[in-house]
Design a protein around this ligand. Sequence first.
Ligand SMILES: CC(C)(COP(=O)(O)OP(=O)(O)OC[C@H]1O[C@@H](n2cnc3c(N)ncnc32)[C@H](O)[C@@H]1OP(=O)(O)O)[C@@H](O)C(=O)NCCC(=O)NCCS
Length: 168
Amino acid sequence: MRAEATFERAARRAAARVRPLTFADGKRVAEIERKAFLDPWPRYALETEIENPQARALGIETNGKLVGYVICWVVLDQAHIGKIAVLPEFRRQGLGDRLLRHLLEALNQQGVREIHLEVRRSSQAAQNLYKKHGFVVTGVRKNYYSKQREDALVMSLLLKEGIRYGLV
Ligand SMILES: CC(C)(COP(=O)(O)OP(=O)(O)OC[C@H]1O[C@@H](n2cnc3c(N)ncnc32)[C@H](O)[C@@H]1OP(=O)(O)O)[C@@H](O)C(=O)NCCC(=O)NCCS
């Protein structure tokens, strides 16, 4: 990789900031969603989740521009990650990693002890990201993505009280 490109990536990562999403982010989140998923949620559904008190919705911005987000739902000590996405042109710069790390730290502090999610069998990038943070495959849901008849892998992470995530 060219030195300028490496420098640019490092600079983007350094300039990134994670923050809670607000209703006003709905339009932008829907734009990212359409570029990231084969079966994108409509804007109103994303806005509903951003405002859902049972949900945690975080965004990551570089130079003041929202380029990724994560949405998860929390019930008592369990959480379910519904979405994580980074704009294609901002991928492989550590932003998804930073977003997930931030979320897991927040969930850990909140007392969450189990985190689950579904991920497409074909989505190697996402599976690697989750594995990097200690998630393991705990099940398969056949044809979960019915439009494309693709299986979902269920991935889970158990957090132990008093220690940082990823160490169990
Ligand atoms: C999954 C996704 C959020 C990763 O975002 P990202 O900003 O590119 O990820 P990062 O650069 O922080 O990479 C973190 C780790 O993810 C894995 N990863 C990311 N992209 C990868 C790729 N193209 N191939 C293989 N592994 C990949 C690696 O383990 C990487 O760690 P490393 O850099 O130490 O190798 C992004 O690819 C995306 O938006 N995909 C489409 C939406 C999606 O599938 N979401 C998940 C289902 S809910």
